[in-house]
Design a protein around this ligand. Structure first.
Ligand code: ACO
Length: 374
């Protein structure tokens, strides 16, 4: 047997085909550049695009939004379960468990047909923000806010957290961040979802695994580290320059910088940057934005390294006064559209994902009786 080529971390490996997204020539979803989607579309339209392959007509969007809005509730036992979780449970861990639990209440749970998977995907799209908002209320000892049927994905989420109507500017900023987070080819969490789906498992299992993969600070967890970095950096551009040089000298990773695929910069970070600054201006202080700019300059000069999407997203959510442990769950309430699209695509043309490993262990050896082992 010949040994196949090996690439640590599967770097540069083409691990499958997809019609959902490409990073070639600027990130695009189903042929549309993300910058154009962010400028001209709502997140709801982009979620429809990912799930159905085409942008919706006005009538199809209205029907899609009505179906999703109608599914914005958790089964009461899952809400009780959220209330019973230990108080140190993080929102992302709670979400991972709730998504697994939702399978028990979904009549299509084990139906892997295309249509059943689309129905389940729409329900998860509706339920994930509700789970995050309900856990947020319950962990504070307050009664969860009822979801609104008349609001978009972003507006309803902000309403459920705050119990007040968000401003159009906030809804647009959150929507743009969700559009940019919605899909990204074979990133770690999506690949994990496809691996799970490829065994002919089910959508809820794949999404549960994807949330587990998203959690780590090298992936979605990075957006929760951004404010820590800006705070540790001293809060002023002058202090930040010295801090980041010192951190690099200590070989520390600056979360929100670098990317496995984008070595010359992440277009998503460029798009979201202006929204982060506008939100900071609206909140009355651009100190963290100026600090972030100083860190960007040093990272470019010293390491030729550029921000990824998590860098402006963490700042935007902070300026919107959202609590830091919600940031990765917000990523999940967007990426559910991409994960679902990939699971559906995988199952529509499945081949088990089962690569090989390069063995580095001991040569074949005899098993010694237990009394002779050293
Ligand atoms: N800060 C400082 N140095 C870095 C950073 C960083 N953020 N990222 C990579 N490096 C350095 C590494 O230490 C390494 O240096 P060395 O060659 O001197 O050892 C070199 O750059 C190459 O790093 P790799 O880890 O091999 O690069 P890889 O392509 O595997 O990393 C990754 C990509 C994991 C995203 C990395 O850049 C990182 O850890 N970034 C911080 C975490 C982060 O922001 N993740 C979010 C990803 S985007 C998203 O999920 C939306």
């Amino acid at each position: 047997m010949t040994t196949p080529a090996y690439s640590p971390g599967l770097e540069g490996v083409i691990a499958g085909e997809t019609a959902i997204c490409t990073v070639e020539g600027g990130l695009s979803y189903r042929g549309y550049f993300v910058g154009d989607l962010a400028e001209h579309c709502s997140f709801d339209e982009v979620a429809y695009l990912l799930l159905y392959g085409e942008l919706p007509t006005a009538a199809r969007l209205t029907a899609f939004q009505a179906r999703v809005a109608a599914a914005r509730r958790l089964p009461p036992p899952l809400r009780d379960f959220l209330a019973a979780l230990p108080k140190w449970t993080t929102p992302l861990d709670a979400l991972r468990t709730v998504v697994s639990g939702l399978a028990h209440f979904d009549q299509d749970a084990s139906d892997n047909s295309h249509d059943a998977n689309v129905r389940k995907a729409e329900r998860l799209l509706a339920q994930i923000p509700v789970a995050v908002a309900d856990h947020y209320s319950l962990s504070r000892g307050t009664t969860p806010t009822l979801a609104r049927q008349d609001l978009s994905h972003s507006a309803n989420f902000l309403y459920m957290l705050r119990r007040t109507d968000p401003s159009p500017e906030e809804v647009k900023a959150l929507d743009v961040s969700l559009i940019l987070y919605a899909e990204h080819e074979f990133n770690a969490s999506t690949f994990a979802a496809r691996v799970i789906a490829s065994t002919l498992s089910d959508l809820h299992s794949a999404v549960t695994g994807a949330i587990g993969a998203l959690k780590g600070p090298l992936h979605g967890g990075a957006n929760e580290k951004v404010v820590d970095i800006l705070t540790a950096a001293g809060g002023t551009p002058e202090a930040a320059e010295g801090w980041v040089r010192g951190a690099l000298a200590r070989k520390e990773r600056i979360m929100g910088f670098g990317h496995r695929v984008y070595k010359a910069g992440d277009v998503r970070a460029d798009i979201l940057k202006s929204y982060a600054r506008k939100a900071a201006e609206a909140a009355g202080s651009v100190a963290l934005e100026d600090t972030a700019d100083a860190i960007e300059r040093v990272m470019a000069a010293e390491k030729n390294m550029h921000p990824n999407l998590d860098w402006p997203a963490g700042r935007l959510y902070h300026a919107m006064k959202l609590e830091i442990p919600l940031y990765t769950p917000i990523f999940a309430m967007s990426r559910i559209a991409g994960w679902s699209a990939h699971v559906i695509e995988q199952l529509d043309n499945n081949r088990l994902i089962r690569p090989r490993a390069l063995y580095k262990g001991p040569d074949r050896r005899p098993v010694k009786p237990i009394g002779e082992r050293g």
